[in-house]
Write a protein that binds this ligand. Structure first.
Ligand SMILES: Nc1ncnc2c1ncn2[C@@H]1O[C@H](COP(=O)(O)OP(=O)(O)OP(=O)(O)O)[C@@H](O)[C@H]1O
Length: 370
């Protein structure tokens, strides 16, 4: 039987010992006293205290605020370090993420397995890291997924802006300066690195030929970043790429082993809609759900656009008003899509009409000439 007792002692600092602090400051010193029977000394001082320390560290890590890092430009490293950070306080979780529930469970299972797999990775001789490729149209939840993963794993996020990195050597330095238990993210990877070898300016889309200056990040530099020998310098890391254009990525970059899991973030389907309705309106069902289900089967609407409609815009707007707003928006989108589809048909009809007119005139001309 052990007994813990918390002690709090108030100490007065004097100016000679703490010269940087004002005199007569009062500080509280906290400690704990552990009392146990001498028969249990062996167990308490070894197994029990070790267990308490381990648990304490785990709780401290869980409670410590996670950080969101961004890379600094290299000419500032001397003053600012390689990465700047702010507290990471994104509220997204897997509960609030609107994707197909089976897919969601698969991702959660994968992350859980990864977290426990230190010995397994050591056994198979691989660095303890995993790559995820998130692809899909804008507003389908790729950034939200990254936040949910970081929250689920309790990891810091390193948001790597590739267009600010001048060379492969810099990229390696940045990698070395990241910590374990982290998610390293390169968003919109197709916009940051042209896989033919030229990099693009993210803002205006123009190409910079950095090769001439020998100052560029190349595909091989990036491949080394993901799984070269330096990539094993940290433990327990997840690397995530996002893109709106999967087809623009070099297969070498996204092959299994580099990007282990390819996750498609798709337009809103009914199961995802139900998660959004639960989050935004607090409802599991409604008579209008049937109509919404049918519309979702017909049109492509991003979860981002659905979420926007489900958000009440004024106090008097209830769940039904929001659902009606969503239906109106989807009906408008459906009409627009039908109009687009109809246009080529009209063009063909127009062409056929013109052709008939042309034939008629030719016949007329021939008759005249005859
Ligand atoms: N699947 C989703 N689940 C929950 N919320 C979502 C989802 N998709 C989009 N949202 C909402 O829409 C907003 C935009 O989504 P997000 O930034 O994650 O999309 P994205 O796919 O990263 O877009 P982009 O490709 O333009 O960067 C989010 O703030 C979130 O509120």
């Amino acid at each position: 039987m052990v007994r813990w007792q918390g002690l709090k002692e108030t100490i007065q600092l004097n100016s000679s010992t703490e010269s940087m602090r004002p005199t007569n400051d009062l500080f509280a010193k906290k400690s704990f006293v552990l009392t146990f029977h001498k028969k249990t000394r062996g167990i308490v001082t070894e197994a029990y205290l070790n267990h308490v320390m381990e648990e304490g560290k785990a709780i401290q890590f869980k409670n410590s605020t996670r950080k969101l890092y961004a890379n600094n430009k290299s000419y500032n490293w001397q003053y600012e370090g390689m990465w700047s950070w702010i507290n990471f306080e994104h509220p997204a979780t897997f509960d609030t993420l609107a994707i197909d529930p089976c897919r969601k469970q698969e991702i959660i299972d994968d992350l859980r397995t990864f977290k426990k797999a230190k010995d397994y990775y050591a056994k198979i001789g691989k660095a303890w890291k995993r790559g995820y490729l998130l692809y899909g149209p804008p507003g389908t939840g790729k950034s939200t997924m990254i936040a949910a993963i970081a929250n689920f794993m309790d990891y810091d996020i390193y948001d790597l802006e590739l267009t600010s990195v001048k060379s492969n050597a810099e990229l390696k330095q940045l990698l070395i300066d990241t910590t374990s238990k982290s998610v390293i993210v390169i968003e919109d990877i197709d916009c940051s690195l042209d896989l033919t070898g030229k990099r693009k300016n993210k803002n205006d889309g123009t190409e910079r030929d950095d090769q001439a200056n020998n100052r560029r990040v190349t595909l091989s530099g990036l491949l080394n970043f993901i799984d070269g020998i330096w990539s094993a310098c940290g433990q327990e890391r997840i690397i995530i790429f996002t893109t709106n254009h999967l087809e623009r990525l070099d297969p070498a970059l996204i092959r299994r082993g580099r990007m282990d899991m390819h996750i498609e973030m798709s337009y809103c389907e009914f199961e995802a809609f139900k998660i959004l309705a639960k989050n935004y309106l607090g409802i599991d069902s409604h008579p209008l759900f049937r109509e919404i289900k049918l519309l979702l089967e017909e049109i492509n609407i991003s979860p981002c656009d659905v979420a926007e409609k489900l958000m009440p815009k004024r106090d008097s707007q209830d769940a039904e008003d929001c659902l009606k707003d969503l239906i109106l928006a989807m009906e408008a989108a459906e009409r627009k899509a039908k109009c687009k589809e109809a246009k080529p048909k009209n063009l063909v009809a127009e062409l056929l009409k013109n052709l008939a007119c042309f034939k008629k005139s030719m016949k007329h001309l021939k008759l005249k000439a005859g």
